[in-house]
Design a protein around this ligand. Structure first.
Ligand code: AMP
Ligand code: ZN
Length: 476
């Protein structure tokens, strides 16, 4: 598979460290609030990558952290801890907030068919691991104590800005608007590994450490959790594009300083979902959550379909108008699939050709937009319905758009006109009634009930009379 690597700025053939196996790390959510649908776009595209790698035969181990401490309001180690802010907003403890929003995050993931990674590790569960790595970085001369905090010394690296040729001046880490510069740093780009002194004395969660009672910085969490579960050679690291700097840049700095060799081979960054007015936000404008979309009548699958229609390396503009278009297109797609009948043998030649088309799309840097086109191509293909259904079922292993289930649900919802005795449906019902009669004669009552229930789920009620079985089609 060809995958764009942010580290080399090119599409590369994906080759894992160990044949057949993939170690994949995902920056997890900061659980101080609901995820917005932008966050969920990133997790959904990472999910497609994860599922596609499995589909083409890799044994993937995916690890995700849960940031429940250390992520400050500014990614450049300044401002208040986001968790503390969330706890104060809701008059709850940090741990209560963390538990509540972690659960809500996975609710959203479940609704969007985002697989839960093999390992989900809250940062607060790994304090000893952070202390071990920070101690080693101090020993090796990559970190220093200043003003009570432990900092990573970026001047010790040959190259710190790995993702882009940043101009140091432009970055001005720590001196963003409204944020005071941290005078304890030796170099502007240095970042905190361990806080004991911060402007906020009331940090709720603190731990003992060789440098005093305090708490870890955000960046060290991901390095340590990744290395703990996936070892010192990581295949793929994922996240939203905003994480490339400073978060991932800092992760690389500290992990490679600690390990003494290259750490991660492929960096997968998802571009942002924006609103027409700009950046998506949890604190200003409409806070766009998945629940809000549901309240407004959008099935989560519509949002998944909306996201899959565009490539992960393009930023995407969210508007209700765009989502409505996706809703209509998704409904039409399901309606077409609902008309397909399991009508016999699968045509293997067509199956393989269409599958090759789908694989080609995703092999090319995970082009989900072309993969969705491949779904439409199946519907147009010169093949019988059984072949089409088999292909759609196959593609949905990766796409997870509930194509088959959604179409089935649609069929059972549809009102079928009673005045169509010669319709396909009437014929099918008669066949089912005959099959049920045969099952009963053979004393196979379970099968007879199954047929009755299946028809009932589709709005067809069977009525047994002394003269035989008739039926009624429910109008919705
Ligand atoms: P956070 O919970 O803030 O740590 O963010 C969770 C994930 O969402 C990270 O991978 C971010 O890079 C990503 N992210 C943040 N904002 C957006 C956005 N507007 N669109 C897509 N992904 C985003
Ligand atoms: Zn991270």
């Amino acid at each position: 598979m060809q995958l764009y690597n942010s580290l080399t700025h090119t599409k590369e053939e994906f080759v894992p460290n160990e044949a057949g196996k993939v170690g994949m790390y995902t920056c997890g959510p900061t659980v101080y609030h609901y995820a917005h649908i932008g966050n969920l776009r990133t997790y959904m595209m990472e999910d497609i990558l994860d599922r596609y790698l499995r589909y083409i035969g890799y044994d993937v181990t995916r690890v995700m952290n849960i940031t429940d401490v250390g992520h400050l309001s500014s990614d450049a180690d300044t401002g208040e801890d986001k968790m503390l802010k969330g706890a104060r907003r809701e008059h709850k403890s940090v741990m209560e907030i963390a538990k509540f929003y972690t659960d809500r995050f996975f609710d959203d993931c479940r609704k969007l068919n985002i697989r839960r990674p093999e390992v989900v590790q809250p940062a607060t569960g790994c304090i000893d691991d952070f202390i071990k790595v920070i101690s080693s970085l101090i020993e090796k001369g990559y970190a220093y104590l200043s003003g009570g905090n432990v900092y990573f010394d970026t001047s010790k690296l040959k190259q710190y800005y790995v993702f882009h040729n940043f101009e140091e001046e432009d970055l001005a880490v720590g001196v963003r608007e409204g944020v005071e510069e941290d005078g304890n740093k030796r170099n502007k780009a240095d970042f905190v590994l361990w806080f004991t002194k911060s402007k906020f004395d009331d940090q709720e969660l603190k731990w003992d450490s060789p440098w005093g009672v305090g708490y870890p910085g955000w960046h060290i969490e991901c390095s340590c959790i990744s290395m703990k579960y996936l070892g010192g050679k990581l295949d793929i690291h994922c996240g939203g594009i905003d994480n490339a700097f400073p978060h991932h840049t800092n992760e690389i700095a500290q992990s490679e300083a600690y390990l003494g060799h290259k750490w991660c081979n492929y960096w997968f960054h998802v571009l942002h979902l924006n609103t027409a007015t700009g950046k998506m936000s949890k604190s200003s404008g409409e806070f766009l959550t998945l629940s809000l979309l549901e309240e407004k009548g959008y099935d989560p699958m519509v949002y998944r379909f909306f996201c899959l229609q565009s490539h992960y390396r393009k930023s995407l503009v969210f508007s209700y108008e765009n989502l409505d278009n996706a809703k209509t297109a998704y409904a039409k797609l399901l309606a077409k699939i609902a008309q397909l009948k399991d009508d016999g043998e699968i045509d293997q030649t067509v199956f393989e050709a269409q599958k090759a088309n789908f694989v080609k799309a995703l092999d090319n840097d995970l082009n989900t937009s072309l993969a969705v086109t491949a779904v439409y191509d199946v519907l147009k293909a010169p093949a019988n319905d059984a072949t089409k259904l088999a292909l759609l079922r196959e593609f949905d292993v990766v796409l997870q758009l509930d194509l088959i289930e959604g179409a089935k649900a649609l069929r059972s919802e549809q009102t079928v006109p009673t005045s169509a005795p010669d319709s396909d449906l009437a014929r099918e019902i008669e066949e089912q009634i005959a099959a049920r009669r045969a099952a009963k004669a053979a004393k196979n009552y379970a099968e007879a009930d199954r047929i009755r229930n299946e028809l009932a789920a589709r709005g067809v009620t069977l009525i047994d009379t002394k003269d035989g079985t008739t039926y009624r089609i429910e109008q919705s």
